[in-house]
Ligand binder design. Sequence first.
Ligand code: NDP
Length: 457
Amino acid sequence: MSDSYDLVVIGAGSGGVRAARVAATYGARVAIIEEYRVGGTCVIRGCVPKKLFVYASRFKDMFEIAPSFGWTVDASFDWPTLVANKDKEIARLEAAYVAGLEGPGAEIIRDRAVLTGLNSVKLLKSGRELTARTILVATGGHPYIPDIPGKELAITSNEAFHLEKLPHSILIEGGGFIGVEFATIFAGLGVHTTIVYRGERVLRGFDEDIRTGLEAGLEARGIKIIYETNVLGLRETGNDITVSFSDGIDAPYGAVMFATGRTPNTAGIGLEEVGVALNEDGAIAVDAYSQSSVPSIYAVGDVTNRAQLTPIAIREGQAFAETVFNDNPIAVDHSLIGEAVFGEPEVGTIGLTEHDAATHGDIDVYIARFRPMINTLSTKSDRMMMKLITLANGGRVLGVHIIGPGAAEIIQMAAIAMGMNATKADFDRAIAMHPTAAEELVTFKKPSYVYRGGVKV
Ligand code: NDP
């Protein structure tokens, strides 16, 4: 078989698979090279298994309120069963990804690729050299681990999916997406869970009411949060890991996990050698069409660090294939991206935070806080919060922020409205679905407060 292709894709994650599949559908001769498993972080050790674990952890909440609905539940949890069933589902999805590539004729090569020229890559295991008119780098990222003594004793999200048994306690460093989600998972599964965060409130960059609401929700679940503190070192003590904190305290935990961000996979694949420019954060610098500084080399997904989210990688992969293989140039719009944090409570958010919106002109802020109906028969005191931020006097919707059950699902729909530049009047025109939580968004009468000239009134 000839080793010359129209497209060689390095990395079979969300972005690479989409690009390879679509390019092959357009008739391109495509090879996609993957050294691990087809599906990438999201499918194999990210979003998908994470969400399955989140579901598992939420049974605890359901069991707690079950008696108020008349149920008696005698529940116990078996971690190996969850891991095995999750692995089965991931294997099914991986097979579907493989079929999706092979269907239109993309060739999957299990190997590690290194760029050797503007149009060539070398496969390290087989020694084959492939040439391609276009090369797409979609190598994703990996967990960043702070360089501290004993760091090898800690796990990251990669290992969390395959622990042999649950630890009795865990310390998670980092107050971002992964820290919050895994704290929720472990706490829900009965592990004594502590978050240590260098800042003063988790989820930096999110709306302040989301941050305080989430903090209260996590603490209500028994998660301890240590603020303005770092981990300085780890050492083994018996079966535990003793953590030295920056406030001088030492404490033992059954496990320690770093959730301190992710780094683009740009090292050791020949990028600099062939002249591909990197950003200051080590990501591949690309233009609006995902083209790097080398015209024959493109990049999509986490390796470009535009937004480390699967749907963005997929959108970028699709746009790349349209642009290069269907003569249909598409630049992905990264300006309005909804985000979900599958903690407990769940967070869904899109658009400007209240703080940022207030710097954009006069705005109105509508807030509803209430007990989700599912909790009303029980003593569970969790609150839900919905915030709608609009330009003054019923103008365009600038932001929607939700914390509570179903937040991510609701935000997905709000994203359509915001993409169409919906106004408060557009939201009001929708007839409420009753009884739902989302109806609050279309039944706000008066702003809770407003900002005029940047000042809260
Ligand atoms: P995040 O950037 O969300 O959070 C990293 C956290 O670690 C922050 O609290 C950060 O603090 C802290 N941190 C960073 N460096 C250090 C350090 N050297 N020492 C101590 N603390 C540090 O990254 P995650 O790892 O949680 O997730 C990676 C990315 O994956 C996310 O940004 C997101 O894009 C994606 N993701 C998305 C999910 C979803 O859509 N639901 C789920 C999981 C991941 P500070 O705030 O001060 O910077």
